[in-house]
Each structure stands twice: as structure tokens, then as C-alpha cells.
Ligand binder design. Structure first.
Ligand SMILES: NC(=O)c1ccc[n+]([C@@H]2O[C@H](COP(=O)([O-])OP(=O)(O)OC[C@H]3O[C@@H](n4cnc5c(N)ncnc54)[C@H](O)[C@@H]3O)[C@@H](O)[C@H]2O)c1
Length: 357
């Protein structure tokens, strides 16, 4: 899918120990990249990073992304060809409990990466990951386009919107004048897939309940979400990095990476479809409590990614559910080579991408 773009190249991933960072690491290693990770912790137990023993395959730096001097030093010593910035406090509910940590990590952490790029003098292609939640969610029915307004009523969304403003001002003030730096921004929505154990994510709650042979409690059964497999935005980030590297006209651009329209299903439907793989009777218990305000609908318009990058989502809803359920099922069966399984799922994705349904 990405030719030999990453083969033999050095790639630095911030937030590499997280859910997306772990999948991205495996995909880049598969392509022959040398991966450098920069994270301050492993946030969950279990964690895909540990399950796959990724520390054995990469060079890891255990530091805080807000520590700008340390990050700049790591950049200087590793001299990567590509940077993917994913480090963030990524959980909406946590942002209510810990707004300061969320804002400082997501805004100042991004500023720290940009500051290092501002002072960096070697060739480098960078993709900065924010979120669909960076958009000012006016709860309309249309998909959001890259030039729509930034905003965010909850702290997490606001921190991502603020990070976008910081990126824009660094770009206009410094980065666009630097010939050695190519940079672009990627926005995607909530993703599902094996290997996530973060809190307050529906698939994680579902899997944890099913692993204990219990029904999952859900508070908004009829809320619809565009369920997207983690490999979809990652394919977008990698496509963007590849094409940005080849086509400097993409420098400074922002791209949405969203699922197909048909992926919109209710929370209840998703849970019931995952349950089919676990043979659980009565998988859902509905509760009516809503512990925090979360925006109800946000759809991305991905025409720009299609037009300029020829990127499109690959998996249909059934494939998305199947990959997700099978990953966890194999994990909880305990005798499966999870690195091998993850590679198989990436290869399956690549085959589906080459032969779209
Ligand atoms: N998972 C999703 O559904 C989703 C949706 C939209 C956008 N995103 C964005 O994608 C990126 C990755 O998301 P994820 O789901 O993998 O998140 P995650 O919570 O699984 O991982 C976050 C990573 O950031 C690291 N990190 C957090 N604070 C740090 C700090 N101060 N210094 C250094 N490292 C720090 C963690 O150690 C971890 O490696 C984030 O920017 C997130 O906002 C995720």
C-alpha cells in the first residue's frame, strides 16, 4: 500500500505505547522501518504494547512530551525521516476529572513537538494527529470539512481544537518557511479494534464484560456512532506521510479520515454483533445514566482525502466487527501468538484495500 516509503527509514512515534501507537508500530515494522518510541508510560493493564512485547522491537524513550528540551534532544539524536505525533490524554471522561493534565498534554505537548521541529535542521516529514472532536460540533447532519471551525465544548475536544490553533500558528509563523520540514495534520474519529483497554470505550467495556461471561451495561443504547477500525485512520496517516513526502504541495494541509457512511450503527447493535463471536446470551443491560456530556453526532467529510490522496476507507461494518471481536477472543484464549495475529489482521486489511468490496 505504501510501496517502499518506510523501508529502512527511521520513524519516531510519540504516544507509541497507546492503542493506535501500538498498531502503527507493528505496521511500520512490517514495512521495514526502524521505529523510535517516545511516551511517558503505558496507560493500561493489559496493554497491546506489552502483549506484543513491542519494546523488544524498537528504541524506546520514556519521557514526557511536554518536556520540550528532552523531546528536541531525542529528535536530534535519532534523526528520524518521519514523525507521527500521537501522544495525548485521549479520554473524554478523564478530561472532566483532570482538565489541567488534558490541556497541558494535548496543547503544550503538541507545542513541544512543533518547537522541536522549528529548530530542527534535517529533512523530516511529520504527521500530527488531532481528532474529529477538534471541530466546533454544531450537531448538524452534514459531514465536517477540513476548513470548518475549530471548537470543543468539553475539555478533551477543546484541547484538540486548541492544539489545532497552535499547529496553525506554528505553521504560518515558522514551519512553512523551513525547506527541510514537511508537515500535515490528520483528524479521525473514534476507532475500535483489538488491543484497546482504555476506560469508557464501549468495545473495551463490552469485551471485559464478555470475558467474565457477563452482559455489558450501556447508557445510550440508541446513540449511533460511525464505527471505524483502527487500521483505517492509520492507513490514512501512512498514506498522508508517504504522499506528503513525495508531493510538497500537501505541506501544511489537514485531512479527515473517516469511515464509510454505512458504518453508522447504534451502540446496542455493535454490542450484539460482537456478542455473536462470543456466544453470549442477552449481552446487553441498559442503564439510563449519562455521567458526562458527550456530543451526540459528528461525521467527517473525507472528500479531500479521496481527491488529493486517493484515500478511502477499506473495511465494511461486518469486517470491522469481525477483526475486533476475533483479536480479543484470541487474546483471552491465551495461547495465541498475538504479534502474529496482529500482523495477519494488517495483511488482511492490505488485501481488502487492494480488492475493495
Ligand atoms: N482512539 C481513538 O478513538 C481516537 C480518536 C480520535 C483521535 N485520537 C487521537 O489519536 C491519538 C492516539 O490515541 P490512542 O487511542 O492511541 O490513545 P491512548 O490513550 O491509547 O495512548 C496515548 C499515548 O500517549 C502517551 N502519552 C500520554 N500523555 C503523555 C505525555 N504527557 N508524554 C508522553 N506521552 C504521553 C501514552 O503513554 C500513550 O502512549 C491521540 O492523539 C488521540 O487523541 C484517538
Amino acid at each position: 500500500m505504501f510501496a517502499d516509503t518506510f523501508k529502512g527509514k527511521k520513524v519516531l512515534i510519540t504516544g507509541n505505547t497507546g492503542f493506535k501507537g501500538s498498531w502503527l508500530t507493528v505496521w511500520l515494522l512490517k514495512q521495514g522501518a526502524q521505529v523510535f518510541g517516545y511516551s511517558n508510560s503505558v496507560l493500561t493493564e493489559p496493554a497491546m504494547y506489552r502483549v506484543l512485547n513491542l519494546e523488544q522491537h524498537i528504541t524506546q524513550c520514556w519521557r514526557d512530551v511536554r518536556d520540550k528540551d528532552t523531546f528536541a534532544e531525542f529528535l536530534e539524536t535519532t534523526r528520524p525521516d518521519f514523525v507521527f505525533h500521537l501522544a495525548a490524554q485521549a479520554i473524554v471522561s478523564t478530561s472532566y476529572n483532570n482538565p489541567w493534565e488534558t490541556i497541558s498534554t494535548n496543547v503544550m505537548g503538541t507545542a513541544s513537538v512543533l518547537e522541536a521541529l522549528k529548530n530542527y535542521s534535517h529533512p523530516l516529514t511529520a504527521v500530527i494527529i488531532t481528532s474529529d472532536k477538534a471541530y466546533d460540533n454544531v450537531e448538524w447532519i452534514w459531514g465536517y470539512r477540513e476548513n470548518d471551525r475549530m471548537g470543543g465544548k468539553d475539555i478533551y475536544s477543546g484541547s484538540k481544537g486548541a492544539a489545532e490553533l497552535v499547529i496553525k500558528s506554528y505553521w504560518h509563523s515558522f514551519l512553512k518557511h523551513k525547506e527541510n520540514i514537511l508537515i500535515a495534520v490528520a483528524r479521525a474519529g473514534n476507532v475500535i479494534g483489538g488491543g484497546d483497554w482504555s476506560k469508557d470505550r464501549i468495545v473495551v467495556d463490552t469485551i471485559k464484560a464478555f470475558a467474565n461471561n457477563k452482559p455489558v451495561e450501556i447508557r445510550s443504547p440508541f446513540a449511533t456512532r460511525p464505527w471505524q477500525h483502527v487500521l483505517e485512520p492509520l492507513s490514512g496517516y501512512l498514506t498522508l506521510a508517504k504522499q506528503l513526502n513525495e508531493n510538497h504541495k500537501l505541506n501544511g494541509e489537514t485531512f479527515n479520515f473517516g469511515p464509510r457512511a454505512e458504518q453508522l450503527k447504534t451502540v446496542k447493535q455493535l454490542v450484539e454483533d460482537i456478542a455473536k463471536y462470543w456466544e453470549i446470551q442477552d449481552p446487553v443491560r441498559i442503564t439510563d445514566t449519562q455521567p458526562f456530556n458527550e456530543a451526540t453526532l459528528l461525521k467527517l467529510n473525507c472528500d479531500k482525502a479521496q481527491a488529493l490522496l486517493s484515500w478511502h476507507a477499506t473495511l465494511n461494518y461486518d469486517q470491522t466487527v469481525k477483526l475486533t471481536a476475533n483479536w480479543y477472543k484470541d487474546f483471552y484464549s491465551q495461547d495465541v501468538d498475538m504479534y502474529g495475529l496482529t500482523l495477519n489482521q494488517i495483511e488482511y486489511y492490505e488485501r481488502c484495500n487492494a480488492n475493495p468490496t
